[in-house]
Design a protein around this ligand. Structure first.
Ligand SMILES: C[S@@+](CC[C@H](N)C(=O)[O-])C[C@H]1O[C@@H](n2cnc3c(N)ncnc32)[C@H](O)[C@@H]1O
Length: 400
């Protein structure tokens, strides 16, 4: 029996439910475990307990989903998975390639025939259990997805979704894109066997090698870009374009680029301008997708310095994708000039934002020792290349 499968026993699940409900501490857990469970079961239970509530939250369910720490970390959360559900056609069959514990399959519409494919037996064990626990039908197949066509020639489907592994060990760095397995090149090769597919990539993955007829979607919240999703073949609803999706509590906001990727770069170059009455900061998703440049043109905004995503305008940009600030003052960057500016405006409580200037905000705030009854947001950035400190006040931003 696989390690993770031990957790499917009724006795173990009853024990874990009691532990969580009564909030036992680890001493009480290990003392009680010794009496009723084998050594192997004890280890499995101790590893699993800290994950149960995290997994319930991540997948918005009370069910016992099987996972280990890495499988849970690598999985797709319910809000993203639920949003993606609408990208599927109503009928046909889907391969969830590199299915892991199942995060990408949980919300695939029931009208589609699903097969989870992974080369790890343990992950397939989790997948099988989890799909059943959520009342989802699925076939499972153990295979290396790079050789699927050769090794299992009858394993065919209309569409695929793939979530390549970013690392094999918890200790490995998720941001090292060369660790992606299968690689993007291998995924594009795999894609040739399907009518269409979706590929989950890390948010900062360089998109140069993504085919120009694919649609790229950046997904996340206002605070964070969480996923870069590439839609290939028939699944691309806006071929060649970039879509930005803000998932905000129960609602989502979508923005499709006016230009396709091929023209985006040359059409969307923003002009530099001098500091105006307001500064706007696009949310990380808007920066990643570069859709902020499109809005900048609509709002007649300028950038303060080339390559820095702060916009300046005469009117505040009132849009869910931006935070806007009213400019109070500005000085060339230097400690005593900044201190004098803060004193002049009575600023005692400070938030520091920076782009284009290398400092550690917390340390800089300590150095500035602000005193006063007012609150301010200080930007350390560049205006036409020159390092500048801009003092602002946050204005009410649009959140709906
Ligand atoms: C990021 S995880 C998938 C997470 C999953 N989408 C979820 O939401 O739970 C990547 C998975 O790819 C599998 N994998 C990596 N390379 C593979 C390959 N060549 N063939 C099949 N599976 C592979 C790993 O075993 C791992 O389960």
């Amino acid at each position: 029996m696989l390690y993770v499968s031990l957790l499917t026993s009724k006795d173990i699940q009853t024990f874990i439910t009691k532990v969580l409900k009564e909030k036992w501490d680890s001493l009480k857990i290990s003392a009680t475990l010794g009496k009723s469970f084998s050594e192997e079961e004890r280890r499995a239970i101790m590893d699993y307990i800290p994950l149960v509530n995290k997994s319930r939250e991540k997948f918005n369910t009370d069910s016992f989903l099987l996972c280990d720490k890495l499988a849970l970390e690598q999985s797709t959360a319910y809000d993203i998975s639920q949003w993606k559900a609408k990208l599927w056609p109503s009928f046909g069959s889907v391969h969830d390639l590199c299915c892991g514990m199942g995060g990408d399959s949980f919300f695939i519409p029931d009208s589609l025939e699903i097969t989870g494919i992974d080369m790890s037996e343990e992950r397939l064990e989790m997948y099988t259990h989890n799909m059943q626990a959520l009342n989802k039908k699925a076939n499972v197949l153990k295979a290396d997805v790079r050789n699927l066509k050769l090794s299992v020639p009858n394993a065919i489907a209309d569409f695929f979704t793939i979530d390549p592994a970013r690392r094999k060990l918890e200790s490995e760095n998720q941001r090292q894109f060369e660790n992606l397995t299968p690689s993007l090149q291998e995924v594009l090769e795999i894609a040739k066997s399907y009518k269409g597919g979706m590929v989950k990539l890390p948010p900062g993955y360089p998109i140069d090698d993504v085919p120009f007829d694919a649609e790229i979607i950046y997904l996340g919240s206002r605070q964070d870009c969480r996923e870069c999703l590439v839609l290939l073949g028939n699944l691309a609803q806006n071929p060649g374009k970039i879509r930005t999706v803000i998932l905000d509590k129960e609602k989502s906001f979508e923005f499709v680029s006016a230009f396709d990727r091929a023209t985006l770069e040359k059409e969307q170059i923003l002009e530099e301008g001098s500091l105006q009455k307001f500064i706007s900061e696009p949310c990380p998703l808007f920066v990643r997708s570069r859709i902020f440049t499109q809005f900048a043109k609509e709002w007649n905004a300028k950038i303060l310095s080339k390559g820095i995503a702060y916009l300046t305008t005469e009117e505040p940009i009132s849009h869910i994708g931006f935070s806007s600030f009213a400019v109070l003052d500005s000085v060339p960057l230097g400690t005593s000039a900044v201190k004098n500016m803060l004193k002049k405006h009575g600023i005692g409580k400070l938030t520091l934002k920076k782009r284009g200037v290398e400092i550690i905000p917390e340390e800089e705030i300590k150095r500035l020792k602000p005193k006063g009854k007012n609150e301010g947001i200080l930007f350390y950035t560049r205006i036409a290349g020159e390092k500048t400190a801009i003092l602002t006040q946050r204005i009410q931003n649009r959140t709906t």
